[in-house]
Design a protein around this ligand. Structure first.
Ligand code: 7TS
Length: 427
């Protein structure tokens, strides 16, 4: 894995030498130099997925070109290299999220599958009538639908921590909602719509005092800010590689070892067993017990340089950069007038994701016009339909930032919004 190591180091050096310079960072992302409709691409759909640096693209190429084999099976050189790439990536994930054990890091397809793993494996075997599942009103469908289905199957009750009109969780009745009947609390660390960063540590502490397990959906937080899962003390943490410079098709479930050990497997088949007879089987040890079938080896191998890249920049610096961008964006968008902007107005309380609606122009029309200006944003319900209902809208426009975005990108967004208004005769 020569290419990966070298490129990871060179990026770390570039990051350390140059401070945090999004223009230098941009140059590491081939796609960001392309044009869309004759304009330089301004990519502001990072909450959906982020772009990939050269080192990640090279690692994927290098894996399939030079090392491809199935893991944990062959005793030949390629199989050993593929296994080393995958297990090396697992170690990097374990280090990145706060130095947890590799047994506690399970590779899944994505954050959605990681949450489903818990809902199926733990939920179906541990919940029944009279038990309570606590979520919040700002969950992505990935942390909503598995629990809705589980509640229907087991007879458990669903309760929601509400949001207030500023886009914060309303914790005034937390004691009542997280009742002693609560068996699991599953909540997002950062909203993919409002940008709100939730005080998960204090909510987790209360849930634990009530004897409940806790799951944090960190799909939007781990890519954008320092997160130490040991400090959070969550029992499970789920996230996706593709939202943090890595490839699609690879996600992570972190779980506390003692809890994972008690759980049944989720996917049954090859690799997850210790011994199989015609009428019985025993399970492999952690983390492989939860990784039935051939995993996304190339995806894991190419996730490693993504983690190197972010570690090279430093997650504190990533967070500071996004606070700067969100402050600037909030200012510029507020000055446009006639926009309704959702989520906290204090940049310290939110990530680099900003949802809004124009009072006159439908979000989908806005997105279409912005695209003609080379500005990629997302319009829709963002897989949070109950939250849309709570906000009293059917869709929003959403701009979301990452390490390679600049104030100039935000200016381009604002100019395109002004052009859209002229187009609709609202200027
Ligand atoms: N949880 C949150 C908070 C998310 O924002 C997303 C994806 C997921 C879970 C699911 O991640 P996946 O990788 O399993 O799909 N969010 C978005 C989004 O906001 N726009 O597209 C995907």
């Amino acid at each position: 894995m020569k290419v990966k190591e070298e490129s990871g180091l060179s990026i770390a050096r570039a990051g350390a030498a140059a401070g945090f310079d999004p223009e230098i960072i941009k140059a590491d992302f081939p796609i960001l130099s392309r044009e869309v409709h004759g304009k330089r691409l301004v990519y502001l759909d990072n909450a959906a997925t982020t772009q990939k640096p050269e080192s990640v693209i090279q690692a994927l190429d290098d894996y399939y070109r030079n090392h491809n084999a199935n893991v944990h099976r062959g005793i030949h050189t390629l199989a050993e290299e593929a296994t080393a790439a995958m297990e090396g990536a697992r170690q990097k994930v374990a280090d990145f999220i706060g130095g947890v054990k590799t047994q506690e890091v399970i590779f899944t397809r994505n954050c959605t599958e990681a949450i489903n793993l818990v809902a199926y494996s733990w939920g179906r075997n541990n919940l029944g009538r009279g038990d309570r599942i606590v979520l919040t009103e700002m969950e992505h469908h990935a942390n909503l639908v598995p629990w809705i289905a589980l509640a229907k199957r087991t007879g458990a009750e669903l309760r929601y921590i509400p949001i207030d009109n500023d886009g914060y969780l309303n914790l005034s009745d937390l004691n009542g909602i997280i009742s002693p009947a609560t068996r699991i609390l599953a909540l997002t660390h950062m909203s993919n719509v409002l940008g709100t960063i939730n005080p998960v540590e204090e909510i987790i502490e209360l849930a634990h005092r009530r004897g409940a397990l806790t799951l944090v959906d960190a799909a939007q937080s781990i890519p954008h800010m320092p997160v130490n899962v040991k400090d959070l003390d969550a029992d499970f943490v789920a996230f996706s590689a593709h939202k943090m410079l890595g490839p699609t098709g690879i996600g992570i479930l972190y779980g506390k070892e003692n809890i994972l050990n008690e759980m049944e497997p989720f996917i049954y088949g090859g690799d997850m067993i210790r011994e199989v007879r015609f009428d019985s089987a025993t399970w492999n040890e952690l983390p492989w017990k939860f990784e039935g079938g051939t995993p996304n080896i190339g995806g894991a191998a190419a996730f490693a340089p993504a983690l190197d890249y972010l570690a090279g920049l430093g997650m504190d610096a990533v967070r500071r950069h996004e606070i700067e961008l969100i402050s600037y964006a909030l200012d510029r968008l507020q000055n446009l007038g006639s926009l309704r902007i959702f989520g906290p107005s204090n940049p310290d309380d939110r990530g680099g994701t900003i949802s809004f609606i124009d009072n006159e122009i439908h979000p989908h029309d806005l997105a279409t016009i912005l695209d003609t200006y080379g500005v990629a944003i997302r319009a829709g319900h963002h897989c949070a339909q109950p939250l849309m209902k709570r906000l009293g809208v059917s869709a929003t426009v959403r701009a979301s930032f990452y390490i390679y975005n600049t104030k100039d990108d935000i200016d381009r967004l604002v100019e395109a919004l002004k052009a859209a208004r002229r187009f609709f005769g609202n200027a």
